[in-house]
Design a protein around this ligand. Structure first.
Ligand SMILES: Cc1ncc(COP(=O)(O)O)c(C=O)c1O
Length: 372
């Protein structure tokens, strides 16, 4: 049995304390400013953040919400997705991408991914039926799906596209930002995302005025004004305090992405040619990847994780059971061979801008030793 304690890790999987220590004074000044103003709910900081995100992603509107989950859910609701409809997505994702479809009352139709961990575009058309209303591609790990092909199929079949860009703020496909291709884009601001707040948060992007307006109403119990309630909604506002922190963090965002890409390059080079390991898809002309996660496909994956743990490297095996294989979710009629194989092979290595080169090299050395 492994006896390592959290404090014994040489390299943590994530390390929010390190980022906080680096920027403590800036963050404390933001918190102090907001608290001194008493601006807590839907104030200027939220508006500023929404403007900044819309401008960065290249959409007309952005709406701050309490999570990436609600962001996708509200987009689907605003599009009228409801019982009897089908939405095509992948199983190789965080369960939220599938859950939001179920929460609308619609049926998720799951298809396989390719070796870049993203929706296999060649499988989309065979999943489309008369009931299909939308496609929900997931830009996993900070890499954007083949959005030109996905949009072409969507147009051909008259389908909406809601991009799950929870892990992909700043990622680009053929020069265009994730979250700007579809009818709506959905981002998570969960603390460990490339841009994360000090709790939960999400932001929706769209060029569609109806979706933006509906999301604003849904996040605040349908209150157009205090005297005019136009729908039954939810409480799903992005906190003003979180928005203020995010505005400050946005200044550092390009540098953080650049550092993640550098770390990925060191991993790529250090792990190239190690038999038993496949590094993630390489950065190429079409893809600007932001490396939300650095995910290996590894033989003897569980043994590798245990070996790394013993040597002080914290890793993550996120989905040891494919989402459609959880017996209680009623999705096990889907047969997705590649997704099922990935559940046995994938392992995420530490990835964040505060990693030192020395730490990255230590991780590489331990992986190499395991397969040595
Ligand atoms: C791919 C994907 N979709 C959706 C979500 C949900 O985002 P949130 O946790 O902000 O609700 C996440 C969060 O981890 C995610 O990784």
């Amino acid at each position: 049995m492994c006896t390592i304690k959290n404090m014994d890790y040489k390299v943590r999987f994530v390390n929010p304390q390190k980022q906080y220590a680096e920027h403590r004074e800036e963050y404390m000044a933001v918190l102090d400013d907001v608290l001194a103003r008493g601006d807590l709910i839907l104030r200027k900081d939220v508006e500023d953040f929404e403007k900044a995100i819309a401008s960065m992603v290249g959409t007309q509107y952005a709406v701050g919400l309490n999570s990436g989950t609600d962001t996708m859910f509200f987009a689907l609701k605003a599009l009228g997705i409801s019982p009897g409809d089908e939405v095509v997505t992948v199983s190789h994702t965080f369960i939220a991408s599938i859950a939001v479809i179920v929460q609308t009352g619609a049926t998720p139709i799951l298809i396989d991914v390719k070796d870049d961990f993203l929706m296999d575009v060649d499988k989309i058309e065979e999943a489309i039926t008369k009931k299909t209303k939308a496609l929900l591609p997931v830009h996993l790990n900070g890499r954007t799906c083949e959005m030109d092909k996905i949009m072409e199929i969507a147009q051909k079949h008259n389908l909406f596209v809601v991009e799950d860009a929870a892990q992909a703020l700043g990622a680009k496909y053929k020069g265009k930002m994730a979250g700007s291709f579809g009818t709506a884009g959905s981002f998570s601001l969960y603390p460990f995302k490339v841009l994360g707040c000090f709790g939960d948060g999400g932001v929706l992007t769209t060029d569609n005025e109806h979706i933006a307006e509906q999301a604003r109403l849904m996040r605040d119990h349908g209150q157009k004004t205090k005297t005019d309630i136009v729908l039954f909604g939810w409480n799903s506002r992005l906190d003003n305090l979180q928005a203020a922190v995010l505005n400050k963090k946005l200044v550092h965002f390009p540098g953080w992405v650049a550092k993640r890409r550098e770390v990925a390059k060191i991993y790529d080079q250090g792990l190239a040619g190690v038999s038993g390991v496949a590094v993630p898809p390489q950065q190429d002309e079409d893809h600007f990847d932001t490396y939300q996660n650095y995910v290996l496909r590894a033989q003897k994956r569980n043994e590798l994780a245990a070996y790394l743990k013993e040597r002080g490297v914290e890793t993550l095996i996120k989905d040891p059971v494919a989402n459609h294989k959880h017996p209680k979710l009623g999705l096990d009629h889907f047969s997705l061979p590649y997704t099922e194989r990935l559940a046995e092979e994938v392992i995420s290595l530490p990835m964040y801008p505060e990693l030192t080169d020395e730490e990255v090299r230590y991780v590489i050395e331990q992986v190499r030793k395991f397969y040595g």
